[in-house]
Design a protein around this ligand. Structure first.
Ligand SMILES: [Ca+2]
Ligand SMILES: [Ca+2]
Length: 499
């Protein structure tokens, strides 16, 4: 509301009562929030004398809040539990993610025992959040899900669910913006008390007053069978816990058994991935999922644990294979896997390891359209190596239908290290013709590399048995170390035929 008192006097004079005074509620300033979290509104009032001058506000005011947000907006008490009490000065309300892009109006009326005030309204504007199917939290809570919540139990007390991350409870959380261009908004979670056990969770939409979902509020996730539940985690403090655990619930007591979350060094982001089929095999009923995930430290060792989560999403199974495709969001089934060759091993290796010169991993780009990408790094000062995608059999797949087309991929260079070398692509043993140089001056920007198939054939590639999906390396010159880049959308592509 505006706080220009002189303007308000005009309004108040219309509400002067028989007692000669006037009262005007103050619901506070409009706010914008990201859905799936609580919002706090602070009620106040202005009182006026009969002549319009400002009067002392009676301290025994009572408050009454109403809203137009429907049943999905939950009123919360100071512990974050759902309440029906709408008469507190400070109103805490949970704004579910499904209200993304909408605005909820809260109206306050105060009463000093004699006079009922002129009402005042405040708008809670919920930021838009549109993501792809299966996304849970990239930069906001997807409207498929209700939002962020906690659950805890301690001896002698009833276990309870809560919907505010800003309480004195055991589990506290907030959405924080790291402004790092990589993760930006993340969910920050802390576990606070010693004699309490709890879990952080993302619940399905429409999860109701009881805190436990009714059967009809559970989500059918069977389309994700064979797929994966993925997220990034960064532990900031492990406290005394040794493990972080993941579970997915399907309408208590239906739930998956706990899965251990692999955790990198404290302070390091780590991408983790769980097979939905594995969750299913340990008790998850995919047809009625109640939480996108639940995550907690070891029981009885939770105090002081602090971590951040980002890029939480369910992904459908594997690749939808497409002609010409090598890697889009996963490796097309025409290919066998990822590998590297280096002079230290003097041989090939097909797993990635922090001790190797060439390391690779699949990461979520942070871009909901680009999704997964490959990240490759060259690490040792005195070793030479190359990264490649190999075929499933000795003979590579036949791409002769692309004989008139191009071989294309997207690359984003993250760092060029000592800058002593260039980045090159070649078509791989036994092809090994011309190396194609990639512009390494473009750092932190995606660029497309496009090579005519005819050129690869003249390099010696057999298009009926393509030896590698990609073969990419810094120049064969010491040192290669420090080169780090991402690859995406590796494919063979025919020219678009204009009708
Ligand atoms: Ca993010
Ligand atoms: Ca991709």
């Amino acid at each position: 509301m505006t706080r220009f008192l002189s303007l308000l006097v005009v309004m108040v004079s219309a509400a002067l009562t028989a007692c000669g005074g006037g009262l005007l509620a103050d619901a506070g300033d409009d706010v914008t929030v990201s859905g799936g979290q609580q919002v706090e509104l602070n009620g106040g009032a202005y009182a006026f004398n009969e002549d319009g001058s400002q009067a002392q506000v009676d301290t025994t005011l009572t408050y009454q809040w109403t809203h137009n947000g429907g049943e999905s907006v939950l009123l919360l008490d100071s512990e974050g539990k759902v309440t029906t009490d709408n008469t507190t000065q400070k109103l805490i309300a949970f704004i579910p993610a499904e209200l993304q892009g909408k605005s909820v109006e809260f109206t306050l009326v105060v009463n000093d025992g004699v006079t009922e005030s002129i009402p005042d309204s405040v708008s809670v504007n919920v930021e838009p959040c549109t993501q792809q199917e299966g996304d849970v939290f990239i930069e906001c809570v997807d409207p498929t899900w209700q939002g962020l919540s906690g659950w805890e139990m301690s001896e002698g007390l009833e276990p309870f669910n809560y919907f505010s991350g800003a309480t004195q409870n055991h589990v506290q959380w907030s959405i924080q913006n790291l402004q790092d261009q990589a993760h930006n908004r993340v969910v920050d979670v802390q576990f606070n008390h010693s004699a309490v056990n709890g879990t952080f969770q993302l619940l399905t939409a429409k999860r109701g007053l009881s805190g436990y979902p009714e059967q009809e509020q559970l989500i059918d996730m069977t389309a994700f069978a064979g797929g994966q539940l993925k997220f990034d985690i960064r532990v900031l403090d492990m406290g005394l816990t040794e493990n972080i655990w993941l579970q997915v619930e399907c309408g208590w007591p239906c739930q998956s058994a706990p899965f251990q979350v692999p955790v990198a060094e404290v302070g390091q982001w780590q991408s983790v991935s769980f097979n939905v089929d594995d969750l299913q095999s340990i008790g998850l009923d995919l047809s009625k999922v109640g939480t996108a995930l639940q995550i907690n430290p070891d029981w009885n060792l939770q105090q002081g644990v602090h971590f951040q989560l980002d890029n939480i999403r369910w992904e459908k199974s594997g690749c939808v294979d497409q002609p010409g495709n090598v890697y889009g969001n996963c490796l097309d089934s025409k290919w066998g896997g990822f590998g590297a060759w280096d002079t230290e091993w003097n041989g090939n290796y097909f797993y990635t390891d922090v001790n190797n010169h060439v390391q690779w991993t699949e990461v979520f780009s942070g871009d909901p359209v680009r999704k997964n990408v490959l990240e490759i790094s060259f690490n040792k000062d005195d070793v030479l190596g190359t990264f490649y995608i190999f075929p499933p059999q000795q003979l590579g797949p036949d791409f002769s239908e692309f004989i008139n087309g191009d071989y294309v991929f997207d690359i984003k260079i993250l760092s060029v290290g000592a800058e002593t070398t260039s980045l090159v692509y070649n078509c791989g043993y036994p092809c090994n013709g011309t190396s194609h140089r990639i512009d390494k001056s473009l750092v932190d920007r995606w660029q497309e590399v496009r090579i005519p198939v005819s050129q690869l054939i003249s390099d010696g590639m057999d298009i009926t048995a393509v030896p590698v999906g990609i073969n990419i390396l810094p120049d064969w010159v010491i040192p290669q170390s420090g080169f780090r880049f991402q690859l995406d959308n590796i494919r063979f592509e025919n020219p678009v035929v204009v009708q």
